[in-house]
Design a binder for this molecule. Sequence first.
Ligand SMILES: Nc1ncnc2c1ncn2[C@@H]1O[C@H](COP(=O)(O)OP(=O)(O)OP(=O)(O)O)[C@@H](O)[C@H]1O
Ligand SMILES: [Mg+2]
Length: 358
Amino acid sequence: MQLSEFRQKEFINREEEIKFLKDWLYNIPDEILWLYGPKSTGKTTLIEYVIEKELTSNLKIFDNYWIKYINFRGLMIGSYESFINSFFEEADGDDDFSGEISAKFNIGVIRLEAKALEKIKNRKKNLFNELIEKFKKVKKTKIIVIDEIQTLEDIYYNEEKELLKEFLNFCVRLTKELHLSHVVILSSNTIFIDRIYNDAKLKLTSEFKKIDHLDKETTFEYLDYKINELNLSLDKGLIWDYLGGCIPLIQRMFRKRVYFNSLKEYLENEVKVAKSEIIEILKRFLDREKRGIFRHIVADIIEKGYYRSLEDEKKAYLEVIDFMTGREIFFYDPPEQYVKGNNRLYEKAFERLTANMS
Ligand SMILES: Nc1ncnc2c1ncn2[C@@H]1O[C@H](COP(=O)(O)OP(=O)(O)OP(=O)(O)O)[C@@H](O)[C@H]1O
Ligand SMILES: [Mg+2]
């Protein structure tokens, strides 16, 4: 494990994932790449690191790339108009597709000339056909990265067409059909990923790469480094048992444990908070039958480390899995079809819960 600095914070090097992404981006675009995984594993940080540190910080390499990265999180997208406004910017001179390299390098939005943009806004031109034509003119390696794409769900392009479907069709054309641009899509909403995974056309044109919490070896190396740096004496096994390899949980532990008498007391408090959160959700939203199903699922997670979803799963089971995944308590892995806690802390809370659940 190596540590480096990224945006004035420490970055735990994800060597395998970085190598995978670089190799992927060096190849000819052929499939959409989906980065998925439990909540807060570092998907966004990873792709931003690769773009900023590995691709664009080296100007010589950067000269060969045309990269657009857009994070829909936090953008209030509720209509086609607001999608256009957050995705595109009116260019006062040359747009992103004219000339060799845009001097006004802007990673977040695509700059289009005013006239074309106006026609797209008025639906006089099809946005995606227009973009394909524009993409053909750029001779560099093109990469589009979309974070939190599920934001586009339930938005309509016009009365019949769903924006998300149109957008994904566009991504298939860019990759599989025309090999024009890389498309990397990130999401921790695995109910959404599951829907994509079960769409025959998209499954055939996509690769799914999981970005998981850190493994035990890397977590222990990181803990060794921090414990040494801060001159502490902490039980690494205990931290791993309660927090697993969840980076933000471990970082919070280093900041907050000083407010407790001991590490154990801090960790127990974290479990207590996670448990209360789950109890609140169970009480409010699940009836007795579904709470029973929840108990059955978590019993498997406690015993085996996962619950495997069956082919002919009963509807009520699927509803519980979907609901708790939507609430970010469960993590559901579509390719492997198993359910786990979204992080180790929730799994510890499951252990405590099964003792007194009704
Ligand atoms: N490799 C890393 N080294 C150090 N800190 C990291 C690393 N990856 C992520 N983090 C930290 O963990 C937190 C969560 O990261 P990030 O938001 O990238 O996760 P995510 O998987 O995109 O989350 P979400 O599921 O909410 O989209 C951030 O505070 C980030 O700084
Ligand atoms: Mg993210």
